[in-house]
Design a binder for this molecule. Structure first.
Ligand code: ATP
Length: 258
């Protein structure tokens, strides 16, 4: 079982209304890796995550997550924790923090069933883990962006996943909070033996924290550990890129007039 890749895509295409969003993606991610996915707007990053989560069936190609079709894993309510780009469509929705985290248990509980003591125990444990147990009874809409983000990570962890997938988790956070979040996710990964995929536009933060980078722009341009060179980044983004990865610290590039 340990040799089974966490994620395996084999010549995967996704075509929306005759337009390819993903072209011929072949990718293997071993278990236990922390992987950043970068690419410009519309590059297919969210689509890639949804394919891996079994929310979209590819037009062509094969997907396996821990050796299984992802839709089968989803049906069994196990293994896949997901932090979507917009975790709540209506942030003023009148539910408490604990209710939100309990939603992570629904896949395991089954439709129409109520959470039991073990579900509450798991949900509360995730709130403790993320140091927000004191917020359990607060309405989700009354929290700051950073606090809400921790709640949604707690919800994803309440699934008790082996794969944690996060779509731009740092979008509403300031620079320090972004770094803290990447660091915290690294600690969670080690503690819980997770494989983590994170989409981010923050190339600098990705460079500092992840173990592998996937550069995507409909096609897969690069899949390797940082540092990623400027040419690879620029070919992915199709324009000059502000940050380069050199050693541990990314720095701004001053472009001379061409
Ligand atoms: P961003 O960084 O802007 O969030 P992304 O890299 O996550 O973008 P996707 O959301 O995967 O990109 O979208 C890839 C392309 O597929 C875009 O051109 C988008 O308009 C298109 N697309 C995504 N979902 C659908 C859909 N359900 N129907 C039709 N086209 C779609």
């Amino acid at each position: 079982m340990t040799n089974v890749p966490a994620v395996q895509l084999d010549h995967v295409w996704v075509i929306y209304q005759q337009r390819p969003a993903l072209e011929d993606i072949t990718l293997t991610i071993p278990p236990g890796r922390y992987v950043g996915i970068i690419g410009p707007n519309g590059a297919g990053k969210s689509t890639l995550l949804k394919v891996i989560l079994g929310l979209i069936v590819p037009s062509r190609g094969e997907v396996r997550v821990f050796g299984e079709p992802p839709a089968r894993l989803r049906k069994s309510g196990q293994l896949l924790g997901y932090l979507p780009q917009k975790p709540l469509s209506e942030p003023r929705f009148p539910v408490t923090v604990l209710d939100v985290v309990l939603m992570g248990r629904f896949g395991r509980i089954g439709l129409g069933r109520r959470p039991g003591p073990r579900d509450r125990e798991v949900a509360l444990a995730q709130l403790e883990r993320l140091k927000i147990a004191h917020l359990a009874d607060r309405p989700i809409g009354a929290l700051s962006g950073g606090e809400q983000q921790r709640v949604f990570i707690a919800r994803a962890l309440a699934v008790e996943p082996r794969l944690l997938v996060m779509d731009e988790p740092t979008i509403s956070l300031d620079a320090c909070a972004q770094d803290d979040l990447f660091e915290m996710v690294f600690d969670l990964k080690r503690e819980l033996d997770l494989t983590v995929l994170v989409v981010s536009h923050d190339i600098g933060a990705v460079a500092r924290h992840v173990e592998e980078v996937v550069c995507l722009n409909r096609r897969l341009y690069v899949h390797e550990p940082p540092p990623i060179g400027r040419l690879a980044l620029e070919s992915t983004f199709g324009c000059s890129v502000e940050y380069l990865f050199h050693g541990e610290i990314p720095h701004r590039v001053v472009r001379r007039d061409e």
